[in-house]
Design a protein around this ligand. Structure first.
Ligand code: FES
Length: 129
């Protein structure tokens, strides 16, 4: 079932075309790539939004086959975080989190919720429940 997906007007905030099945968000690996001037470039992260979750999930590419999937709800007071390069930043009080969801700047004290992620040669699977 196709849940959602659209190309944001801002290249830095790309919502991947994902589907939800067996309690997993399925993200095709090719969602991490863009063709620019005939050259294949890798995105640092993609966003995924599904109806089941109140906040989007930010999926960072950490390495060749390594990903982190972070719930974009600030651990301080539940504002929706904004991705900014290698960080997620809270527009409410300025907390910052790294690509693994670790707090880098207060007032948040708790790390972000991190989903379990697996992958194969075609997809990334974010375990939601
Ligand atoms: S809600 Fe995010 S820093 Fe306060």
């Amino acid at each position: 079932m196709l849940i959602t997906g659209f190309l944001s007007s801002c290249v830095n905030q790309y919502y991947a075309k994902v589907r939800f099945e067996s309690n997993r968000i399925v993200v095709p690996l090719n969602e991490f790539y863009i063709l620019k001037n005939g050259e294949k470039k890798s995105r640092k992260f993609v966003l995924a939004r599904i109806e089941k979750l109140s906040f989007p999930v930010c999926i960072f590419k950490l390495g060749e086959n390594e990903y982190s999937a972070l719930y974009m709800e600030c651990s301080h007071n539940s504002c929706e975080l904004n991705p900014n390069g290698d960080y997620l930043i809270c527009p409410c009080h300025g907390s910052e989190f790294d690509r693994k969801g670790k707090v880098q700047n207060p007032p948040a004290e708790k790390d972000l919720f991190r989903f379990k992620v697996t992958s194969d040669e075609e997809n990334i699977y974010v375990q939601v429940a």
